[in-house]
Design a protein around this ligand. Sequence first.
Ligand code: ADP
Length: 245
Amino acid sequence: LSGKGGVGKSTIAANLAVSLSLANKKVGLLDIDIHGPSIPKIFNLEDNNITSRGDSLIPIAVSANLFVMSIGFMLPDQNTPVIWRGPMKYNMIKQFLMNVEWGDLDYLIIDSPPGTGDEPLAIAQLLEGADGAVIVTTPQQVALTDVRKGVSFCKKVNLPIIGVIENMSGFVCPHCGQITHIFKSGGGKKMALDMNIPFLGTIPIDPGIVDACDLGKQYLQHYNENQTGKSFENLIRIMLEFHKT
Ligand code: ADP
């Protein structure tokens, strides 16, 4: 979840899925951002359409371990806006949860649209026993205020909170290595501490993420050795510890 758009939620969902699949886990990635699905773009799958078998929808296989389903695969083209009311969204999400032939998954990661609207509510109502929500934010106050709403939302709908990730937290100069905190830093951690929820870690601003996303490459598959890759690795490890408990 995230309070705002553009904070890197889809990027993190995609890289979390890639990382787990590279660790030989079977992973499903479900994009329910009905108004702005970005997962097809991140995986360079924009030309794919959904196929079905009987009543079941077949997810797109990115690799032997990673399967993707997105509302984006059902839209006639990328420029067509989806104008759906709550009940239509609810039914679509229900179909995604019940009728997709995921196979035997170790993890299902759901990329929800920003805010606390119909989509995350549908997930909270339909998915019993979810491990919980990961809330992605950036360090500015405006983004952090929205996270508080996300936290209250999770508490209201009884969705456990796995923790908060502060993305775009500082820029490491590729020339001198010095960190500039363009959007400040540390706000996510402080807020998590104040609200008594786990802080999972930070990811720096990295132009390589933008390039990877624009080219439809999966960042972690190509750059897992650098500082950003290590930041991802660290927070995924903390998330998995939560999963075990
Ligand atoms: P959201 O899902 O929250 O709307 P996205 O994951 O689509 O956000 O990210 C928005 C844009 O920001 C994308 O172009 C993405 O490549 C870029 N981005 C995300 N995280 C980072 C980062 N840590 N460094 C640089 N660019 C990033």
